[in-house]
Write a protein that binds this ligand. Structure first.
Ligand code: SAM
Length: 287
């Protein structure tokens, strides 16, 4: 069949199945083959790869992935899309469609079953309403993976890539950058989708580090410190951490730690780098 990246083919399939787009599932389907090729080449997909696609929709990118990869597992929540995918992916014998919520899917089980536990690549045009839980879930559950190459809201891509001092810098930047090296591949305008989203989009590749870029004694404590300092953005780091219900350090403990690090007592969380949060965490965990 002619590819779904041809908008006419997508429109015909949608009509044929009388498919109703569900806003609650973040359904914006790609209709641009150039964008899909960019995603696949940024992800460096080869026949050696097992790819996990999150939310195949009607199978537009899945068609390209099936041609480039060894195997594709596509997890789709909307059961109304299953008969559509049966037709649009009929000519590929290396695609497994799994009807499930990705946030409730045991991805480690998929990796074991379809790639003998070897690292996979994740490629997706993500449903934007759950971008952060999907990405953090992939990293925090320690799924063996090489990279995550995904379409996200432009603003979220910026947040993942940016460093201290920028208004976009926050807990997501630090969490992503602890696990992976981010690289924005392309900006994608709304007219590359049906229906058009009301925000700009970007493709970002997150290449998983084999070893984290900073060594920290207590990873959990570091992330608690990060969350607490960005929860109260307008406060000084000292007040933000001392007031956090997740932590039990006094203002004096924090003042002492900041002094050891040669940081001003009025420093704000958004000016600390990942390495500085790791140092702060190591000093405080020794208390
Ligand atoms: N990959 C297709 C494309 O590029 O045309 C569709 C992308 S669309 C932005 C997001 C897809 O994710 C939709 O098909 C939607 O139904 C699916 N989806 C939404 N929430 C999901 C969830 N929790 N688990 C799995 N799939 C989900």
């Amino acid at each position: 069949m002619e590819k779904l990246s041809n908008p006419q083919v997508t429109i015909e399939i949608i009509k044929k199945y009388n498919f109703a787009f569900q806003k609650k599932f973040g359904q914006n389907f790609l209709i641009d083959g150039h964008v899909i090729n960019k995603i696949i080449s940024a992800a460096e997909i080869t026949k050696e790869d097992c790819v996990l696609e999150i939310g195949p929709g009607i199978g537009t990118m899945t068609q390209y992935l099936a041609e480039a990869a060894g195997h594709v597992c596509a997890v789709e929540i909307d059961k109304n899309l299953l008969p559509v995918l049966d037709e649009t992916l009929a000519e590929y014998n290396n695609v497994t469609v799994i009807n499930n919520d990705i946030l409730k899917t045991d991805i480690n089980e998929i990796v074991d079953k379809y790639n003998n536990g070897m690292p996979i690549k994740v490629v997706a045009n993500l449903p934007y309403y759950i971008t952060t839980p999907i990405i953090m879930g992939l990293f925090e559950s320690h799924v063996p993976l090489l990279s995550v190459t995904v379409m996200v809201q432009k603003e979220v891509a910026d947040r993942m890539q940016t460093g201290p001092g920028s208004k976009d810098y926050g807990a997501l930047s630090l969490a992503v950058q602890y696990y992976a090296k981010p690289y924005i591949v392309a900006n994608v305008p709304p007219n590359c989708f049906i229906p058009r989203p009301n925000v700009g989009s970007a493709v970002i590749r997150l290449t998983r580090y084999e070893e984290p870029p900073v060594i920290v004694q207590d990873e959990k404590l570091m992330f608690k410190l990060i969350r607490a300092s960005f929860n109260q953005r307008r406060k000084t780091l000292q007040n933000g951490l001392a007031n956090s219900s997740e932590l039990s350090f006094s203002k004096e403990d924090i003042a002492e730690a900041l002094e050891k690090m040669d940081l001003s007592p009025t420093v704000r969380g958004e000016s600390l780098s990942l390495a500085e949060f790791a140092t702060l965490s190591d000093i405080l965990s020794g208390r």
